[in-house]
Design a protein around this ligand. Structure first.
Ligand code: SAH
Ligand code: SF4
Length: 367
């Protein structure tokens, strides 16, 4: 089997080149060609000796997952469905904004954690994605978008993807090693050079893996909270029975010790009549008192037979106001790409607008 070079970070690639009897700087050159230029064909790597190119052709490939569907929405949102050989494939969504382009990346096919309001959780777990399948989502997006004018600004950018959020299908921390290797490639200046704060891992709260992530790669962390007390969270995020809120909050504080000046983003899917009452907002304030954090309220995204409903705008407004009055920064996730169904289950307008612009706009709309 040829080695898929997209499976390797620079360290791994250098070691693999070593086995071929090639010097580390050759690995670096090939790494640049792959990730910075988006070249998958060794024949196009013009500054590499022909003999090495031939050797690579024999022993290696550069293979991102195959695109089975790609679509552009009127608002500039892009969606790809990748064929990963099983189930319905995985999805990746690109959301352009004035000052950034955010890619929502999947980490697993399905998910084993069975959150009750999540369509991926309902599908069950199929398998972990490989490093090549994870980084391949960024590779495809970055290189297919870089010659197109941004729909919002009209500008052509060499690096249209400025932010990555691991908020697609799957629980990233349940596929720890592959996700951490892929994160390393995203951050590597020889590849995508994204800063630590522009890459976000979203977790439902796998406490031991949060500690390991803090040690290995302390990127921005989003925690899917969804409930302010254990009784309710046990019901809708079952992993809570294993890692209850006290432990989760302690893990958040430990995480921030590795990422000073950062904050945790608490995601909160709002489910009508379940977790959206004023008293829940007040409990959240108590719960998160000692954790520097922001809140991202996500109106539930309905899917067939989910059994849940999206709250009324008024409940969301009241909930948000209680948190804001307590001094929290709160964003409400907007839904984008609705016309291409980027707004399905997992991938619904995933992106927190950290600048608060959406918030202001929402205020204006509400006024
Ligand atoms: N497994 C990770 C990351 C993927 S899910 C996690 O749970 O954090 C990304 C976010 O989408 C999570 O906050 C998740 O709870 C939320 N989500 C899942 N299903 C949703 C739905 N139907 N409507 C709105 N948000 C949803
Ligand atoms: Fe898995 Fe996240 Fe969905 Fe829960 S919300 S089932 S952890 S993908």
């Amino acid at each position: 089997m040829p080695q898929n070079l997209l499976d390797l970070d620079l360290e791994g690639l250098t070691a693999w080149f070593g086995e071929l009897g090639e010097k580390p700087f050759r690995a670096r050159q090939v790494f640049h060609w792959m990730h910075q230029s988006g070249v998958a064909d060794f024949a196009q790597m013009t500054d590499i000796a022909k003999s090495l190119r031939e050797k690579l052709q024999q022993h290696a490939t550069i293979q991102a997952p195959a695109i089975s569907y790609a679509h552009a929405s009127a608002d500039g949102t892009r969606k790809w469905l990748f064929d990963v050989g099983v189930a319905n494939g995985i999805e990746t969504v690109f959301i352009p904004e004035d000052d950034r382009g955010t890619l929502c990346v999947s980490s697993q096919v399905g998910c084993a954690l069975e959150c009750t309001f999540c369509s991926t959780g309902r599908q069950g777990f199929n398998r972990n994605l490989t490093v090549a399948e994870i980084i391949g989502q960024l590779w495809v997006a970055q290189h297919s978008l870089k010659h197109e004018p941004n729909r919002t600004t009209g500008e052509i950018s060499e690096r249209p993807v400025s932010n990555v959020v691991m908020m697609g299908m799957g629980e990233p921390l349940a596929n720890f090693e592959n996700v951490v290797t892929a994160l390393g490639i995203m951050l590597d200046d020889h590849a995508y050079g994204l800063s630590r704060r522009r890459v976000t891992v979203s977790t439902s709260g796998l406490v031991p893996a949060m500690d390991r992530l803090a040690e290995r790669c302390p990127v921005a962390l989003a925690v899917s909270l969804h409930a302010p007390n254990d009784a309710l969270r046990d019901q809708i995020v079952p992993i809570n029975k294993k890692y209850p809120l006290r432990e989760l909050m302690a893990a958040c504080r430990r995480y921030l010790a590795h990422a000073p000046r950062d904050f945790i983003t608490f995601e909160y899917v709002m489910l009508a009549g379940v977790n959206d009452r004023a008293e829940h907002a007040r409990q959240l304030i108590e719960l998160t008192r000692d954790v520097p954090c922001k809140f991202n309220l996500i109106p539930f995204n309905p899917f067939p037979e989910s059994g849940y409903e999206k709250p009324r705008a008024e409940s969301i407004r009241v909930f948000r106001q209680i948190l804001q009055d307590a001094g929290y920064v709160v964003t409400t996730r907007k839904t984008r790409g609705g016309d291409i169904d980027a707004a399905c289950g997992q991938l619904a307008g995933k992106v927190a607008d950290k600048s608060g612009r959406v918030l202001k706009r929402m205020h204006k709309e509400a006024a």
